[in-house]
Design a protein around this ligand. Structure first.
Ligand SMILES: Cc1cc2nc3c(=O)[nH]c(=O)nc-3n(C[C@H](O)[C@H](O)[C@H](O)COP(=O)(O)OP(=O)(O)OC[C@H]3O[C@@H](n4cnc5c(N)ncnc54)[C@H](O)[C@@H]3O)c2cc1C
Length: 376
């Protein structure tokens, strides 16, 4: 019998399967569609810095642990599969185009409390570092340890590693029910039959709520649409990831620039809208005026799995001895994926946990998003 069935093959399910199989656990991975083609394909691949030793909130520790793992995982996957996931330490700059010059000071303090380098830049320093930026920018905050990854390449590398490790990969296999008997899940039901295993993990992203509700867990995960515009320009006019609040520009070394992203509560609708695409293009030109001449290459959207308080659900599903959840990573599922995988492996194998799980529990009392201590 398979040790673990993982439901959902986005970056979270793929990473969990990878972490389990290389610790000797046999895994079957089921996805309702193609692997890695939902939010995990659509995302921008921004990986903020972290420091597990000095972070106090469990969410920040999870980010820190993940940061530590990204270079290792990227190198291992490259060696095993020959696929370069594009992991790159390009640095990032948060900027403001108007207002007072001290408005990023609190953010700088939050990073420094984690002992992460955060350099405040005045207008002259900003323009010296990135001359293509809008010259009216008033202040910037540079995070030299910010990284990026090419999500589609990373999930491709994970899939190749799983295939070579003998994981049973079943795309086009929607799980309709987790069959519950005497406080345990005995099988995952799909239209093709029942998949029996010793333990089960739900990593179904924005689709996790219905599956978990049928197991008695009331998680608040909803789809949150994020639209992205892709521009192309040679040579690249800037090299750092440029952020302004929830929106950003990500420069890829091959001349692509990702302009993201919207946050929209519109159910499971993935279409791009004229208004959002126009707004993202205006935003890009506001930050880097020279992008007005860039080629419009593409646009797309994805459905982030967003919980009411912005935190993921990680851990056991109450009332089910052998069922775990890893879903609801909202805007941070790519960055948090290696740490999430390690945590779930520790749970599945009954090992000591690297951080406490109460914050991420299915039955936690949710706070508002503003209450999350991490400013990032
Ligand atoms: C525009 C955009 C930009 C983003 N940028 C970033 C970023 O820069 N950095 C970052 O860290 N994160 C980013 N994110 C967020 C990140 O992409 C998500 O948090 C992450 O991809 C979630 O991964 P997941 O595996 O949980 O979900 P998904 O990738 O959505 O995967 C869930 C999988 O479960 C499958 N599934 C669902 N229901 C079932 C079922 N019943 N049976 C079988 N399979 C099922 C689906 O088909 C899907 O493949 C971004 C997201 C978007 C949309």
């Amino acid at each position: 019998m398979t040790d673990v069935v993982v439901v959902g093959g986005g970056v979270i399910g793929l990473s969990i399967a990878w972490e389990l199989v290389r610790h000797g656990v046999s895994v079957k991975l089921l996805d309702q569609g193609a692997f890695g083609r939902e939010a995990s394909w659509a995302g921008a691949g921004i990986l903020p810095p972290g420091n597990p030793d000095s972070a106090s909130h469990p969410y920040d520790r999870l980010r820190g642990e993940s940061c530590r793992l990204w270079p290792e995982w990227s190198a291992e996957l490259l060696e095993l599969t020959g696929i370069d996931n594009g992991f790159l330490n390009c640095g990032g700059i948060e900027i403001r185009l108007a207002g007072s010059s001290d408005q990023l000071d609190d953010l700088a303090d939050a990073w420094r409390q984690e002992h992460i380098t955060a350099e405040r830049l005045d207008r002259n320093e900003l323009l010296e570092l990135e001359p293509a930026l809008n010259p009216s920018a008033v202040v910037g905050l540079r995070l030299p340890e910010k990284c990026q990854v090419r999500n589609p390449r990373h999930t491709k590398a994970l899939l190749a590693a799983l295939a070579s490790a003998g994981v049973e990969l079943l795309p086009g296999e929607p799980v309709t029910e987790l069959i519950h008997e005497n406080g345990r899940i005995v099988a995952a039901r799909t239209s093709n039959g029942e998949h029996v295993a010793g333990q089960f993990v739900v990593a179904a992203g924005a689709w996790s709520r219905r599956l978990l509700a049928a197991c008695g867990a009331d998680v608040t995960i909803e789809p949150v649409r994020g639209q992205i515009v892709l521009l192309e320009t040679q040579p690249l006019p800037f090299t750092h990831i440029i952020g302004l609040g929830a929106r950003y520009l990500v420069p890829r070394p091959d001349g692509r620039v990702l302009v993201g992203a919207t946050e929209e509560w519109v159910g499971y609708c993935k279409q791009n809208t004229a208004d959002a695409v126009a707004g993202l293009i205006r935003f890009a030109q506001d930050l880097v005026p020279g992008l007005a001449a860039a080629k419009f290459a593409d646009c797309w959207s994805g459905l982030r799995p967003g919980a009411g308080d912005g935190l993921p659900y990680l851990g056991p599903v109450p009332g089910n001895d052998n069922l775990f959840v890893a879903a609801g990573h909202f805007r941070a599922g790519v960055q948090l994926s290696p740490g999430t995988a390690v945590l779930i492996r520790q749970l599945v194998l009954g090992q000591d946990l690297m951080l406490p799980l109460e914050t991420f529990a299915c039955d936690r009392v949710e706070r508002t998003q503003e209450a999350i201590p991490s400013a990032h």
